[in-house]
Design a protein around this ligand. Structure first.
Ligand code: ADP
Ligand code: MG
Length: 291
């Protein structure tokens, strides 16, 4: 593109809070045919809140006390929400030993002489815990779009904690603007398939790749590229950074983590998913002016 076209495109973006880090980012944005969007913190606000506590074989408060003790040591956003909820209910959590975090799966520790696991089904399977009795409840909660985490105590299923994370007000409009521009939209999430599918349905997204381990997000982007797609990845988290780097254009949510912002080619300063289509359209405009 001519230096003038690049300057105009960059300036237009800046007015909208769409920051193109360099000329290549602007040019490549024009050719994107597939946008992959992270769910948590990108399409949703990334502010989960506990909505349901289901305890099996102990009181809800006893379950919460054990889980909150473990989650106090975890940096995951779900963990923070569970700790806050327990505090609001006045549940005190006992001291713990042997804390272990399993990325993309959950966490474990010994609390007051009991072994506590909190996380998804992969974690329970890896630890050899039978949770069949909890899955009906888990699936009911997930079908409403909530994130439902499983709890095991001393090797047996002990409960389910559900959390809701509101979608951003402009997420549905963002998806239809991309569809109008002839761009395919894919949701990529580490969350449960049913939860992701429900939220995708609400937003009009028809392709969902869920239950992806943090390290595998970049691989999923590469697979789309191998299939001939020109991919923009939109994300906010530490675990989105490799996928942002892999994509033809990496787009970070401005309110996201520093790693995501540093890795991305484009930053959405207003953290508005609607600005994804703005970025692509500015790219297209810049390319047209070159010809
Ligand atoms: P996402 O990409 O949706 O942000 P992650 O890859 O961080 O999700 O985690 C995937 C899943 O692993 C979560 O939906 C949850 O079920 C489970 N998980 C991970 N960390 C924790 C934790 N600290 N407490 C409870 N569950 C967890
Ligand atoms: Mg995220």
């Amino acid at each position: 593109a001519t230096p003038t076209a690049i300057m105009v495109g960059t300036g237009l973006g800046a007015q909208r809070g769409v920051l193109f880090k360099n000329a290549t980012a602007l040019e490549t944005s024009a050719r994107i045919d597939t946008v992959v969007m992270d769910k948590t913190g990108t399409l949703t606000k990334g502010e989960p809140e506990v909505t349901d506590v289901v305890a099996d074989g102990m009181s809800e408060d006893d379950l919460l006390a054990l889980v909150a003790a473990v989650e106090r040591e975890s940096e995951h956003p779900l963990a923070g929400a569970i700790v806050r909820y327990a505090e609001d209910r006045g549940v005190a959590s006992p001291p713990l030993t042997g804390f272990r975090s399993v990325p993309g799966q959950g966490a474990a520790a010994d609390v007051a002489g009991r072994h506590v696991l909190v996380g998804n089904r992969k974690l329970m399977a890896a630890e050899g815990v039978e949770v069949a009795a909890l899955l009906t409840r888990r699936d009911e909660l997930a079908a409403t779009g909530r994130t439902a985490v499983l709890v095991a105590v001393d090797g047996r299923g002990a409960g389910v904690i559900a959390l809701a994370d509101a979608v951003r007000p402009t997420s549905a409009a963002a998806v239809s603007a991309l569809h109008d521009a002839g761009v395919e939209v894919v949701m990529l999430s580490g969350d449960n398939q049913a939860t992701a599918a429900r939220i995708a349905g609400q937003l009009g997204i028809d392709i969902v790749i869920a239950e992806v381990l943090p390290g595998d997000k970049a691989t999923k982007v590469a697979e789309l590229q191998e299939a001939g797609k020109r991919v923009a990845m939109v994300g906010d988290g530490v675990n989105d950074a490799p996928a942002l780097a892999q994509a033809d254009v990496g787009i970070a949510i401005g309110a996201g983590t520093d790693v995501a912002i540093d890795t991305a080619d484009v930053v959405l300063m207003r953290s508005d998913p609607l600005d994804v289509s703005v970025a692509l359209l500015i790219g297209r405009g810049t390319l047209r002016k070159m010809r």
